[in-house]
Design a binder for this molecule. Structure first.
Ligand code: ADP
Ligand code: NI
Length: 211
């Protein structure tokens, strides 16, 4: 098991080392650490959680040239796992992504754990940093008061319509606290949620010239 993990780590690290939209190797490494921590508390299968966290962004449309190609690549990477575990990991990584918020709740405890870990990395100080890196990588503005935050986006609108970094907080990040699956995830999300709220209030205060 240790060999599988270390091989996966080496592969994912070299693949995402220089990824420039906030889904780089350090994102994966943080998600792995939080996933193990939450899995421990929630008595989930830590091995499955660690494997899924390691590969969770390889098939993402932001990182892979196509989702299908990414999924085949991950499936091949997992050849050493037994069929049931491989299926479980594939199920986790195909269901945890936010994609505009229109997706059904994930099924297994391990999927809940990895989704919580990934979501924690989208909020708090790190979430703020990642949002601006992502927006920068797509050429989006920091903020434009004439562009309203969107509600009920389709996946296509979520990925392809023009928005701003600040709008992303209203379109997704502030919603994540109430979407956490596990008690451990919920409690870890609280401080990070408050931090982004306080960041936004400072931001708008400075924008209006009140601070
Ligand atoms: P998922 O794969 O779960 O759908 P996303 O791609 O939506 O995740 O988001 C991963 C991170 O990338 C977000 O938490 C955020 O920091 C950043 N991000 C994604 N979309 C945007 C956007 N439109 N503007 C700014 N940041 C974004
Ligand atoms: Ni991720």
């Amino acid at each position: 098991m240790d060999t599988i993990l270390s091989e996966l780590r080496t592969y994912v690290r070299q693949k995402l080392e220089r990824e420039g939209s906030g889904h780089d190797w350090h994102h994966i490494d943080r998600v792995v650490k939080q996933a193990k921590r939450i899995a421990d508390e929630e008595k989930a299968n830590t091995f499955i959680c660690e494997v899924a966290a390691l590969v969770h962004d390889l098939a993402d449309d932001k990182v892979a040239s196509s989702e299908q190609e990414g999924l085949s690549e991950v499936e091949a990477l997992l050849y050493q796992l037994n069929a049931a575990d491989r299926e479980h990991v594939m199920e986790i990584i195909t269901t945890i992504s936010y994609k505009g918020g229109n997706r059904p709740p994930v099924k297994s405890l391990e999927a809940q754990v990895v989704q919580d870990a990934d979501r924690l990395d989208a909020i708090g100080a790190i979430g703020i940093a990642r949002t601006f890196v992502y927006a920068g990588s797509k050429g989006e503005l920091i903020y434009d008061p004439s562009i309203e935050p969107r509600t009920n986006m389709t996946m296509d609108a979520y990925r392809n319509e023009q928005s701003t970094a600040i709008n992303h907080f209203y379109e997704k990040l502030l919603k994540l606290k109430d979407l956490m699956n596990t008690e451990t995830g919920k409690s870890l999300a609280e401080e990070r949620h408050e931090f982004i709220q306080s960041f936004l209030s400072q931001f708008h205060g400075e924008w209006e010239g009140n601070r």
